[in-house]
Design a protein around this ligand. Structure first.
Ligand code: MF3
Ligand code: CO
Length: 267
């Protein structure tokens, strides 16, 4: 069942979303050569307590036993990388996926960055980031009441394939609200004109998971980390969005603190 948020609930989603975007950006600011993913997790746990009135909680920690306060996925790791002793190096592609609850409502968002800044990108990783980010932004622009869910999915898939990348099919975006995962699943592929109609009041996590090589994935022996089988890099960008009368509102506006956004989009 897809829950539609009342204006009051939407206001609470907006507050939670902003805090989770702040949380994500603060974690991203920790990314630099020589830092371990575990150190970013330690930072995240401390930073959570400084958000809002101090009652925000991670949506990752304890989720089906997940041990981290956030997911950190490096290079060929697509999603659900567990923070630990890995040392980040210049040129690594790092996805930080941050979700959490504030006053009972959830925000979920993800950025992929390159360690060392944009100069550390190769032509291929630059294309991967640009295409993935572009697919997310185009999906947001497409959203409005009355279109169907797979119209959004199709926009994402087309941009990724046209850009010479591939889309992971085993994991999807999702509705969210009082829970991290609600109906409907939001695939990153599909023919247009299928699935539920979008209605004002829906809240969705849109999250393309995109590969430079083949889209086949496997889960590592740690039970969580999902990696590209061919070992090639992967990227992931995510917003929580609200479907409003005029179109989508981004509830997790992490782009406000992303100095690389404009350069990617201008290319
Ligand atoms: N943010 C992830 C999502 O969109 C949630 C990860 S749950 C975890 O589903 F347990 F893996 F952290
Ligand atoms: Co999500």
């Amino acid at each position: 069942m897809i829950s539609l948020k009342t204006p009051d609930e939407m206001a609470a989603m907006r507050v939670a979303g902003r805090l989770m975007a702040d949380f994500l950006n603060a974690c991203c600011a920790q990314v630099r050569p020589g830092v371990t993913t575990g150190e970013i997790d330690t930072f995240a746990r401390a930073y959570l307590g400084t958000l809002g009135d101090g009652t925000a909680v991670s949506g990752c920690l304890g989720y089906h036993g997940y041990p981290g306060a956030l997911c950190i996925s490096v290079n060929e790791e697509v999603i659900h990388g567990i923070p630990g002793s890995r040392v980040l190096q210049r040129g690594d592609l790092v996805s930080l996926d941050v979700c959490g609850f504030y006053h009972g409502f959830c925000g979920d968002n993800t950025r992929t960055l390159v360690v060392g800044g944009p100069e550390a990108l190769t032509p291929d990783t630059r294309r991967l980031l640009r295409v993935t980010r572009h697919s997310l932004e185009a999906a947001v622009k497409a959203i409005r009441p009355g279109i169907r869910l797979s119209d959004v999915s199709h926009v994402i898939e087309k941009i990724c394939l046209d850009g010479g990348c591939t889309v992971v099919r085993e994991f999807t975006g999702h509705g969210l609200g009082r829970n991290l995962h609600e109906d409907p699943p939001v695939p990153n592929y599909g023919k247009p004109g299928r699935g539920p109609y979008l209605h004002e009041g829906m809240t969705l996590a849109i999250e393309p998971m995109v590969c430079l090589g083949k889209p086949a994935i496997r889960t590592r022996a740690d039970g969580w980390t999902v990696e590209a089988r061919d070992g090639r890099p992967s990227a992931h960008f995510e917003y929580t969005v609200a479907v409003l009368r005029e179109g989508a509102e981004i509830l997790t506006p992490w782009y406000e603190a992303d100095p690389w956004s404009e350069s990617w989009m201008a290319e």
